[in-house]
Design a protein around this ligand. Structure first.
Ligand code: SF4
Ligand code: SF4
Ligand code: FES
Length: 244
């Protein structure tokens, strides 16, 4: 165990790959300290080769998510005072993603699911066209707006049991993205996006237990978005507008 002087916090951090283990450190307690501050303190003063990700430090980029005392969280906006248990922290990589090293996971599968869910915007107008007018009060605009602020942190993906046992499941973040696009009247591939989420591993695989929405740090509701996709795909199938 590594030690420092003064009021301290005991922090166990995952080291190594999937077969690694926890190493324990003592770091100074500081006012308004975040979990990301603690990890940075360890990296700067005790373990220079500790691997972890962050960029903005203010809850915008979505790169700093980790498992903190068993729960997925954005670490730059998570204060130690809120989550430390008995002066202790346990920090691990996000669940449901392969570990590259220490606190860094491979997000490739997460973003690949976005692609499979038809998550890339396809403009329906040319650059020369005037800006589209989308009235803010329409149900479709409201539905799209409600899910648009996703920061791709992967917290919901890590919190979802179904992602853990069903590798082909698209997961809450990709499906939330698809929901914003099928409600975006400017998107040229709305039927294609709906077809993509109607396949095996799509929206019908969700068990609606809401863990994704409970954990989303920016207050999005992927579970509600998925419920919307379920309704829309079912309607499309009944109307024979959707062919697998
Ligand atoms: S509601 Fe669906 S996507 Fe969200 S955590 Fe549950 S199974 Fe996963
Ligand atoms: S829906 Fe929320 S938890 Fe999931 S990736 Fe987006 S911001 Fe993160
Ligand atoms: S470092 Fe950007 S969201 Fe935490």
């Amino acid at each position: 165990m590594h030690t420092t002087s003064g009021p301290e916090l005991e922090v166990s951090i995952w080291r190594g790959g999937a077969e690694g283990g926890f190493a324990t450190y003592r770091v100074p307690r500081r006012e308004d300290q975040t979990v990301l501050d603690v990890v940075t303190e360890v990296q700067r003063h005790l373990e220079p080769d500790l691997a972890y990700r962050f960029a903005c430090r203010v809850g915008v980029c979505g790169s700093c998510a980790m498992t903190v005392n068993g729960r997925p969280r954005w670490t730059c906006r998570t204060h130690v005072a809120k989550v430390a248990r008995g002066g202790r922290l346990r920090v691990a990589p996000l669940a449901n993603l392969p570990v590259i090293r220490d606190l860094v996971t491979d997000m490739g599968g997460f973003f690949e699911a976005w692609q499979r869910a038809g998550g890339r915007h396809a403009p329906s107008a040319t650059r020369a066209a005037p800006p589209a007018t989308v009235p803010p009060h329409t149900p479709a605009r409201r539905a799209a707006d409600a899910g648009i602020e996703c920061i791709t942190c992967g917290v919901c993906h890590a919190a979802c049991d179904v992602v853990g046992w069903c590798p082909e499941y698209l997961g809450p973040a990709a499906l939330n993205r698809a929901w914003t696009l099928v409600n975006d009247v400017r998107h040229a591939e709305r039927a294609g996006a709906l077809r993509a989420v109607a396949r095996d591993g799509g929206c019908q695989t969700c068990h609606t237990h809401g863990s994704c929405s409970e954990h989303c740090p920016v207050g999005l509701d992927p579970s509600a978005a998925i419920a919307g996709l379920k309704r829309m795909t079912l309607l499309g199938l009944l109307r024979r507008e959707l062919r697998p």
